[in-house]
Ligand binder design. Structure first.
Ligand code: GUN
Ligand code: ZN
Length: 650
């Protein structure tokens, strides 16, 4: 079973059940050469915390003594390791050294018979310089072998590898076909040469194309990714598992891995690391060590640093700052910066799993930040969903302290004493109507004061687009007193802009879709505010509580009366998760919606969205927060799809 515990976008913390216990992901599996073990396996497991390793069944099978012992005693006894053991099949050997003398069915059965927890098919390693035709044929063979392996796997989990080289269509086709085969883990294969050549931007395309075809309900492993500087990026794109022989290979070459890159002992003038391996020695001692001793030390360092990075990524997934971590890591090497920039080409795909908001503030780390799905979504929704209030004047303020409304309070008061005006702020995230100033990511983003060229250019385009769309008779940039004097001569209508009402309507439209504000607020509206902060708390319409506004992200939580209004205003399946009949009584009681009970779902629902839970005849049974997208709800057989807040009792 593969269970999702926490997620941020495509990145996730999951639990994979194996015959040797549960494996929490993201996880790095060190590669163990059964004939040459650099770090003892009990130390790996107990001290360094590696609860899973990967070894090569082809090497074991080709050595008579190892083969016999493995078949007799089992793989775990052979290696003296009680954690999760994944095995590879010999594919990598065939890539490195030419043909291997083993058949798929034999190596899969062998892995099963020696008690591997996760065995791998004998896939065909598709190389980056192959033609599309040759690659396509290799994908077909890989798929046929995976089907064969699925029939032979027994109790072993099966790793079905995505091949297809750098052809996105082939990657996606392979991945989609694999999703319908009874495999359990999906490594993305054939990427070692890309990583060796620092083609990280191409690696981004390969991972994205593979993820598009794969089912979200199985873990994804990135074959051969062992440098801690790529873990965060790969995790952001939805890779759950990594494996690596690099820790040992690098160690043999005197190379220390860090999340920021690699340092060679021959270039280093000192040791600045305080990991358990390095801290016991001075730089001079390490330089003078015998090669075997030094290799063992650096291998331990590399493993320790890698494991630290996995821990850091887990924390980032839980705390909501993985994008910041990735942007920082991708500054470790220009080729990684290219990869970060390539993410911008996959904006639409990344947006599909982008949560409505995050707990953490959004830090701008450079112009690449502007391509983040959270920021792109704001601009897209502004142009698609926002309705301009009907005022005569628009004033545009420069970027300022936040929330803008509070910072510009006096200026707005002065203007509204004279004329019927509305207010915008020119933010690099896009034009911000003053009433959206508390909504994620506007209030929660932290930007440098000095703008870079990309930010200025992007903003200019958006302001230009807005200038063609807005309905105001008079539009002016705020220039202090002078603006007031000019306005008093030009404007004629009496002020009517109501910031509170505008806020409720605009946030509703941005959150639920254009027209939601009108549907929710139709009637006698009463706003209840916090006595401490003066912020809107509850929205009552005709005496019914329809919405509550959250202080942290400026969005609404939906009450039953509000959900009922949205249900009437928007046709199915919009904003809805439709559940099966047998789930209805439980959800009415306030119990969560489980994936297996989801009958239909709005494809536009994003994680953390407020949703309507409806029965098969579209009657409202509950309101809550979606944790998954439609595809995920359908793919997972276990887990919560909607965290229900209020049930609608009959
Ligand atoms: N190890 C590194 N790359 C690969 C791959 O593409 N397939 C398999 N089976 N193992 C690998
Ligand atoms: Zn160290």
């Amino acid at each position: 079973m593969f269970e999702l515990l926490r997620r941020d976008g495509l990145a996730r913390i999951c639990k994979l059940d194996t015959p040797h216990g549960a494996l929490e992901t993201p996880a790095l599996l060190p590669v163990i050469n059964p004939r040459n073990i650099t770090v003892p396996l009990d130390e790996l497991h107990d001290d360094l915390g590696f609860k899973a390793i990967i070894t090569n069944s082809y090497i074991i099978r080709n050595n008579e003594e190892l083969r016999e012992r493995a078949l007799r005693e089992g793989l775990h006894e052979l290696l003296g390791y009680d954690g999760v053991i994944m095995t590879d099949s010999g594919t990598f050997q065939s890539y490195m050294y030419g043909e291997v003398d083993v058949r798929n069915e034999d190596i899969v059965a062998f892995q099963r018979d020696i008690g591997s927890d996760i065995g791998t098919v004998l896939d065909i390693f598709t190389e980056p310089d192959w033609s599309e035709e040759r690659t396509s044929e290799a994908v077909d063979v890989t798929l046929a072998r995976t089907e064969e392996a699925a029939r032979l796997k027994g109790d072993m989990l099966l790793a079905g590898v995505v091949q297809g080289s750098v052809f996105p269509d082939l990657r996606e086709r392979c991945a989609r076909s694999l999703a319908s085969i009874d495999a359990d883990v999906h490594p993305i294969g054939g990427v070692v040469p890309l990583m060796e050549q620092y083609r990280f931007a191409d690696l981004v395309d390969v991972i994205v194309a593979s993820k598009k075809g794969l089912t979200p309900a199985r873990p994804v492993h990135l074959f051969g990714a062992g440098h801690p500087m790529v873990f965060a990026l790969a995790a952001l794109l939805g890779c759950d598992m990594f494996d690596s022989a690099s820790y040992a290979k690098f160690a043999r070459d005197g190379r220390f891995m860090f999340p920021e890159g690699t340092a060679s002992l021959s270039d280093m003038k000192g040791i600045s690391c305080h990991c358990p391996a390095c801290s016991r020695h001075t730089y001079e001692e390490i330089v003078k060590m015998k090669p075997a001793e030094r290799t063992a030390l650096i291998a331990r360092h590399n493993l320790w640093v890698s494991q630290e990075e996995i821990g850091r990524i887990k924390r980032a997934i839980m705390e909501g700052d993985l994008w910041e971590l990735v942007e920082r890591r991708c500054r470790g090497h220009p080729a990684l910066l290219d990869a970060l920039r390539r993410l911008g080409d996959h904006e639409e795909f990344l947006e599909l799993t982008e949560p409505l908001s995050r707990d953490n503030s959004l830090f701008y780390t450079g112009p690449e930040t502007l391509k983040r799905p959270a920021i792109r979504r704001y601009a897209r929704r502004f142009f698609e969903r926002y309705e301009y209030p009907d005022t005569e004047v628009m004033i545009v303020f420069d970027e300022s302290s936040k929330p803008y409304g509070r910072y510009r309070q006096q200026e707005m008061r002065d203007v509204l004493a004279e004329c019927d005006s509305h207010f915008f702020v020119e933010s690099v995230l896009g034009p911000v109507p003053i009433e959206l100033d508390e909504m994620y990511p506007i209030a929660q983003s932290v930007l440098p004061v000095r703008r870079d060229r990309e930010a200025v250019e992007g903003l200019r385009e958006m302001m230009e687009r807005m200038s063609h769309e807005h309905p105001y008779a008079i539009a002016v940039g705020w220039d202090g007193r002078r603006t007031l004097e000019t306005l008093s001569m030009m404007c004629s209508e009496t002020p009517k802009f109501d910031l509170d009402m505008a806020r409720v309507k605009a946030v509703a439209d941005m959150q639920f879709g254009r027209g939601a504000g009108r549907a929710l607020l139709d009637g006698d509206v009463e706003l209840k505010k916090s006595e401490n902060t003066g912020k809107i708390r509850n929205v009552l319409v005709d005496g019914e509580h329809v919405l509550s506004m959250r202080a942290n992200d400026g969005f609404f939580t939906l009450k039953v009366a509000g959900a009922e209004r949205l249900r009437k205003a928007f046709p199915a399946p919009r904003l809805r998760v439709q559940v099966k009949e047998d789930s209805v009584p439980f959800n009415r009681e306030g119990k969560n919606v489980f994936c297996s009970f989801v009958e239909e779902c709005d494809p536009d629902i994003r994680p953390m969205d407020e949703v309507l839970v409806v029965d098969p005849s579209d009657e409202l049974v509950a309101v809550g927060r979606a944790l998954l997208t439609r595809d995920e709800m359908f793919a997972f057989s276990t887990g919560i799809a909607v965290k229900v807040r209020d049930g609608v009792k009959k």
